[in-house]
Design a protein around this ligand. Structure first.
Ligand code: RFL
Ligand code: PHB
Length: 394
């Protein structure tokens, strides 16, 4: 088989790239290791930045998002047993975010790809990418038990944290920067109406907690837990009690979450990692294949979308004019935004979590920083600009 752009991975990065290329008349093939049901039900992100929302709409993939997604104009920060609101539009010049789950973005993009786009092969495991330095890199993959190859003009590795495409960049040409964190998240989905209108990020002596949502009747909630925690140690009542304790305030002592059946429960490690550069020859990396952030800043999916928007523009320019200029600047352009999001995610994570090794002095610094965010317009605007997302490069 032969195509213009071989895309490895049908997560948000691979699927959005395929859609953007299709809209510009550029052929691609998407190869995905898992089956469709698995990909459509993997519980992950929930927050879309303004630029991601705009890009999905422009790509013709925003119809259900605009019907079912929930626009949010701020977040709540709880600390010191008090609650504060950070208002996005007044701090950022009318920017906001959309609560619309990654599962739904992926479902929408898969449906469009299967109806209108090029081949999308599920159950297809890529084993290697060869010839990155040549004019025709090749993807080796296993499909229905047979090894096959896909010859491409370009290969884009959108295969996430555990993918293989990163290895197409020789170790001598790549540098990885990383950090792990001394805590994880226990994430649950519950059939319970959110009793809050906006997301609540809580700093407490008992650890971090986050209240998010999926719809008017489904809550998505997270608790900081020690690394290595077995989710089975946390029966439902223990989770609800702990969430209530971490969100408690002195001003509204009766405030409690609505409880309901917990339908999914998982422990997620927290990591930061960047691989540079995001390109070697005719192989490009995008999304989690190139960089990971801890989820506290809600940036992972949005960075994945930003990468492929920049890359699609570069491939379209190459096709129309023959110029490789934007392909050559792809990695640097993305990495500037990636490092900003890495810093913001690190800031949100380390300011809101209780590191088991942290001293009382460090806890007071966290509280002082949070106090600054809610009392200084400049500090609040810094958070709001980063959270709603910096504009995409032109
Ligand atoms: P994905 O989604 O991991 O997709 C990669 C795809 O590649 C496939 N694959 C292969 N296919 C073929 N051959 C191989 N050898 C392959 N190896 C892998 C995989 O099966 C998969 O389908 O990467 P992508 O597209 O870069 O998207 C990244 C996002 O998924 C990720 O950054 C976000 O989910 C991160 N994240 C959040 N991001 C946000 O922007 N906002 C949020 O609110 C947010 N919350 C979260 C999150 C991530 C979380 N977890 C689970 C780490 C909350 C959580 C709990
Ligand atoms: C989510 O809704 O899953 C979510 C929201 C905000 C985050 C992380 C996850 O920072």
């Amino acid at each position: 088989m032969r195509t213009t752009v071989g895309i490895i991975g049908a997560g948000p990065a691979g699927l959005l790239l395929a859609r953007l290329l299709h809209n510009a008349g550029i052929a691609s093939v998407v190869l995905e290791r898992r089956n469709r049901t698995y990909v459509e039900h993997r519980q992950r992100a929930g927050i879309l930045e303004q630029a991601t929302v705009d890009a999905l709409r422009a790509a013709g993939a925003g119809e259900r998002m605009d019907r079912e997604g929930m626009p949010h104009h701020g977040i709540e920060l709880r600390f010191g047993r008090r609650t504060h609101r950070v208002d996005f539009p007044s701090l950022t010049g009318a920017r906001g975010v959309m609560v619309y789950a990654q599962t739904e973005v992926v479902k929408d993009l898969i449906a469009l790809q299967l109806a209108e786009g090029g081949p999308l092969l599920f159950g297809t495991e890529v084993t290697a990418v060869e010839g990155a330095d040549s004019d025709s890199p090749t993807i080796r993959y296993l499909h229905e038990g047979r090894e096959q190859t896909l010859a491409c003009d370009f290969v884009v590795g959108c295969d996430g944290f555990h993918g293989v495409s990163r290895h197409a960049v020789p170790t001598s040409a790549r540098t990885t920067y990383e950090r792990s964190y001394p805590y994880s998240w226990l994430g649950i989905l519950a059939e319970a109406a959110p009793v809050y209108e906006e997301l609540i990020y809580a700093h407490s002596a008992r650890g971090f907690a986050l209240a998010s949502m999926r719809s008017a009747s489904v809550s998505r909630l997270y608790l900081q837990v020690p690394n290595g925690t077995d989710p089975e140690e946390w029966h439902d009542e223990r989770i609800w009690d702990e969430l209530d304790a971490r969100f408690a305030t002195d001003t509204d002592p009766g405030w409690k979450l609505e409880r309901g059946p917990v339908t999914s429960k998982a422990v997620l490690p927290m990591r930061s990692r960047v691989t540079e550069p995001m390109r070697h020859g005719r192989v490009f990396l995008a999304g989690d294949a190139a960089h990971i952030v801890p989820p506290t800043g809600a940036k992972g999916l949005n960075l994945a979308a930003a990468d492929v928007i920049v890359l699609a523009r570069a491939l379209i320019a190459w096709r129309r004019t023959g110029s490789a200029e934007l392909l050559d600047t792809y990695s640097d352009t993305c990495l500037r935004r990636v490092w900003r999001a890495e810093h913001f995610s690190y800031f949100m994570t380390t300011t809101l979590h209780a590191d088991p090794a942290q001293s009382a002095f460090e806890t007071r610094l966290q509280l002082s920083q949070l106090e600054r965010v809610v009392t200084s317009r400049h500090a609040a605007a810094e958070l709001a600009e980063n959270y709603t997302g910096l504009p995409l490069p032109h």
